[in-house]
Design a protein around this ligand. Structure first.
Ligand code: SF4
Ligand code: SF4
Length: 393
């Protein structure tokens, strides 16, 4: 009997864990369909999760992060994490990793901060700029703005000397306010900025950035941001600018960036009941007419190797690869994109095989062009010229 070859699985860089689908607030652009449900991961599932993540330590990337998200992570009690962190630490048996909360910060208080400090959890706060901007879309279930509650959470972080970075969603209302947002984020002591561009995802089916002039206004937004950073805080990290800048050496000799979320099992997402998804984290809550859901197994019954061999994972992976190939042959921005976000493709077009989406027009093309146009290096100039001539053709 031929021995079954154990695959050399891709390294695991990120696990997005949903302690509960519940969120205590109700942002207008939220894509999570079950954010009213208070179901919660139980201790047995946590044990299975520990085994699933750490049973192959050779596969765990040195920068491996466990991101608690997928609902509001602090909507479950502090005691949940006291158990969860102890269980995962025991399963890790010395393998290096880091916990991170991606939180709306509205529930953070001294008890949370003590937990965060004790376990050295990294913190990312979702906030959409100064109050007049934030309170338009980040509201609670009665429609009230959440800014004051977020700022109380941020004050608690400061009181405990806990650093935090910020993730901010750009929608139609923020497109013309880069300067206000920049000044605000600097004033609250954020250590870095991450932007999301509003997208059609899951339960969020209409994108406010579908307006005709969004492309040009988004370009002005990032051009302004670059100018402000250069003038006031040159070393300050802004993901949408710096990921592109860091990728530039890869463009040498016809290379391109690659996408972690297009590689099976490099990024995994685990639901409160142990269901496992991979590729883009947003697929954990997605459904599609041809594929059904994107749950490929469960931590109670599957290892990463088991998932590797499932027909469903292979089918989805093949479709994602066909989409990347189509992008490679049709899109002048392929080098700086790598073929797009699988979740954005399937949510917008119903298929991973598609190419351009509104999401990539804004996130990659609009921002990419403006960043490349403002950088000075021969390689960047060459890439910018190539994109310009492709646009003329
Ligand atoms: S804080 Fe996050 S999870 Fe909660 S409603 Fe807003 S976008 Fe959704
Ligand atoms: S920018 Fe869009 S069309 Fe171009 S490679 Fe990326 S996903 Fe494909």
């Amino acid at each position: 009997v031929e021995p079954i070859a154990i695959p050399r699985l891709p390294s695991l860089v990120l696990a997005v864990i949903q302690p509960s689908p519940f969120c205590n607030i109700d942002c207008q652009y939220c894509y999570l369909p079950e954010r009213g449900s208070t179901k919660r991961m139980d201790e047995e599932t946590l044990r299975h999760l520990g085994r699933f993540l750490f049973e192959r330590p050779d596969r765990v990337h040195p920068g491996f992060t466990i991101l608690w998200h997928g609902g509001e992570p602090t909507a479950v009690p502090v005691s949940f994490y006291e158990r969860a962190f102890a269980i995962l630490d025991s399963a890790a048996a010395g393998t290096q990793y880091r916990n991170r909360f991606s939180t709306n910060a509205t529930l953070l208080d001294d008890r949370w901060c003590e937990l965060i400090a004790r376990w050295r959890v990294a913190v990312r706060v979702s906030i959409d700029g100064p109050q007049w901007l934030h309170d338009i879309k980040r509201v609670d279930r009665s429609g009230r703005g959440t800014f004051d509650r977020v700022m109380r959470g941020i004050e608690a972080l400061h009181a405990h000397d806990i650093p935090f970075d910020v993730i901010s969603t750009i929608s139609d209302v923020s497109l013309d306010h880069a300067q206000d947002m920049w000044r605000f984020y600097r004033s609250i002591g954020a250590s870095a900025l991450h932007f999301c561009v509003e997208e059609v995802l899951g339960a969020h089916t209409v994108n406010s950035l579908g307006c005709r002039d969004a492309y040009a206004r988004l370009q002005r937004f990032f051009a302004t941001l670059m100018e402000l950073r250069d003038a006031e805080a040159p070393g300050f990290y802004i993901r949408e600018l710096d990921e592109l800048i860091e990728a530039i050496p890869k463009l040498q000799d016809g290379g391109s960036v690659s996408r972690e979320e297009a590689v099976p099992l490099r990024v995994v997402s685990v639901a409160w009941d142990g269901g496992i998804s991979t590729f883009s984290p947003e697929l954990l809550v997605a459904r599609n007419v041809r594929h059904g859901d994107f749950i490929f197994g469960n931590v109670a019954t599957h290892s990463a190797e088991d998932l590797w061999y499932t027909e469903k994972l292979r089918r989805v992976h093949s479709e994602i690869r066909r989409g990347i190939r189509a992008c490679r042959t049709s899109c002048p921005h392929f080098a700086i994109c790598g073929g797009g976000c699988p979740a954005a493709k399937v949510f917008e077009t119903g298929s991973f095989e598609s190419t351009e989406t509104l999401s990539c027009r804004l996130r990659i093309k609009a921002i990419g062009d403006v960043v490349l146009a403002r950088l000075s290096s021969p390689l960047v100039a060459q890439e910018a010229r190539r994109l310009e001539s492709a646009a003329v053709r």
